[in-house]
Design a binder for this molecule. Structure first.
Ligand SMILES: [Zn+2]
Length: 384
C-alpha cells in the first residue's frame, strides 16, 4: 500500500510538472490528473485520490529517486485492457500444411482461418525462445501466441520457380497476413529435420534453397530450433547418440544460418524424453557443444504463463493444430478471455491482477517478487 501511495504521488508530480524538475512550489500547484476515475475501484486510484486530498509535505516529494519513474499503464488503461501476465499462452503445433485436415496435416485454408481467428482475438506471434525466457514483448492488450512447425515439410515453406514464396505454403500465408496486418508479424518457430528418408521433409524439401529459407525465418524475427538430426526417438538411443543428434543438428542449422546464430530450443520427436533428461539441457559430442534453454512437448494444451510456478521451460505444453483441439481452445478463450495471457506492453513490468481478481485456475502461482530485472505490479481487475 505504501508503495502505491508513493507511486500515486509520483504520478501526480509527473503530471503536474511536465519535464521540469520538481521544486516544492510546483508540487503544491500540481492538479489532480484529468484521467483519474474515482469510480474505478482500483488500488492505485484510491491511492491517487488520497494523495490529492492531503498534499504531502515537501520533504516527502522533493527527493524522488530519479530511476523510479513508474512508466506503464494508467488506471483507465488497466481497466480497458485487463492485462494478465499470469494467464495462459497457446503454443500451436503444426506439421504438414496441405490438404486435408487430419492428425498431422492442416489444410492451407484452415491455417488461414487460424491466423484470422488469432488476429481477431488480439493475439500477437512471438518465438518459442522468447516465451521460454519470459521475454514477452508484445503491444499492450495483446496476447502472445507461439506458432511452431515440426518436421520441415515443403508445405511449411516453399519457393516458386520465379523466386517468390508460394502463397499456399505456411510461410507464404504468414507473409501475406503480415503485409495486410502490420501488427501481426510473420514470426514463427520452426523445428526442422536434416536427414530423413522423405525428401520433402528434409529442410523443407528444396535442398538448394534450404539455407535461404532458414535465414529468411530468422531475418523475419522467427526462430529455428532443433527436432534432432534424423527424428531420433530419445527412448531408443543411448546417451552418446542422443548427444550426437543434438550437437550435430544444432551445428548444421547454425552454420547454415550464420551470423553467430545459436539454436536454443528443442522439439522432442513424438514428445518422448530421454531417461536422463539432463541430456537435453546441455552436452557435447565429438567436440561440438550444445545447450538448450527450452524444450517443447507434443501436447498438453495451453501453457502456463512463463511467470507461473507451474511453468517448466523444458516441458512447454503445446496445442496440436487439429480441429478438435483448436475448437476446444479457441472456444475456451472466447468464452473465458480472463484466462488468456494479456500483456501490459512492457516486457520489464509483470502486471498481474490481484489474487482475488485472478481466475481461480491461476491463483497461488506467483511469488512475492517478479523475476530479476522486472517490476511486479498487481491491480484489481474489473470484470469485463
Ligand atoms: Zn516430428
Amino acid at each position: 500500500m505504501q508503495r502505491w501511495i508513493y507511486l500515486g504521488l509520483l504520478l501526480l508530480l509527473l503530471a503536474g510538472c511536465g519535464s521540469q524538475s520538481s521544486a516544492p512550489t510546483e508540487v503544491a500547484a500540481a492538479q489532480p490528473s484529468a484521467t483519474k476515475q474515482p469510480t474505478t475501484p482500483t488500488t492505485a486510484a484510491t491511492a491517487t485520490a488520497a494523495a490529492s486530498a492531503t498534499p504531502a509535505p515537501p520533504t516527502a516529494t522533493a527527493t524522488p529517486e530519479p530511476t523510479a519513474t513508474p512508466a506503464g499503464l494508467s488506471d483507465a488503461d488497466l481497466a480497458a485492457l485487463s492485462p494478465n501476465e499470469m494467464g495462459w499462452v497457446m503454443v500451436l503445433e503444426y506439421h504438414l500444411i496441405e490438404e486435408p485436415n487430419a492428425d498431422y496435416s492442416r489444410a492451407p485454408a484452415s491455417f488461414q482461418q487460424d491466423l484470422e481467428w488469432l488476429y481477431a482475438n488480439n493475439f500477437y506471434p512471438i518465438t518459442f525462445r522468447d516465451l521460454a525466457a519470459g521475454h514477452i514483448d508484445v503491444p499492450a492488450g495483446k496476447s502472445p501466441v507461439v506458432l511452431t512447425f515440426d518436421d520441415s515439410s515443403d508445405g511449411q515453406f516453399r519457393y516458386l520457380s520465379d523466386g517468390s514464396v508460394d502463397p499456399t505454403s505456411a510461410m507464404g500465408m504468414l507473409l501475406a497476413f503480415a503485409d495486410a496486418h502490420p501488427d501481426f508479424p510473420a514470426v514463427a518457430t520452426f523445428f526442422p529435420l536434416i536427414e530423413v528418408d522423405v525428401p520433402e521433409r528434409v529442410l523443407f524439401g528444396q535442398p538448394e534453397l534450404a539455407t535461404q529459407k532458414l535465414q529468411k525465418i530468422v531475418e523475419l524475427g522467427g526462430e529455428v530450433g532443433s527436432h534432432t538430426y534424423t527424428h531420433q526417438r530419445m527412448d531408443q538411443a543411448d546417451a552418446e547418440h542422443i548427444q550426437w543428434q543434438l550437437a550435430f543438428s544444432n551445428k548444421e542449422l547454425e552454420e547454415r544460418i550464420g551470423a553467430g546464430y545459436k539454436v536454443t530450443s528443442l522439439s522432442l520427436p513424438l514428445g518422448i524424453y530421454p531417461e536422463d533428461e539432463s541430456l537435453i539441457h546441455a552436452g557435447s559430442s565429438e567436440g561440438v557443444d550444445y545447450a538448450y534453454a527450452a524444450a517443447a512437448e507434443v501436447a498438453g494444451g495451453a501453457s502456463p504463463s512463463p511467470f507461473s510456478r507451474n511453468f517448466d521451460p523444458y516441458h512447454i505444453r503445446r496445442t496440436q493444430a487439429v480441429d478438435s483441439e483448436l475448437e476446444y481452445w479457441f472456444g475456451l478463450f472466447e468464452e473465458r478471455p480472463d484466462l488468456k495471457f494479456v500483456s501490459d506492453g512492457d516486457p520489464d513490468t509483470l502486471t498481474v491482477p490481484s489474487e482475488e481478481t485472478l481466475p481461480e485456475e491461476q491463483r497461488d502461482l506467483i511469488g512475492d517478487s517478479a523475476p530479476d530485472g522486472m517490476t511486479l505490479r498487481r491491480y484489481e481487475r474489473v470484470d469485463q
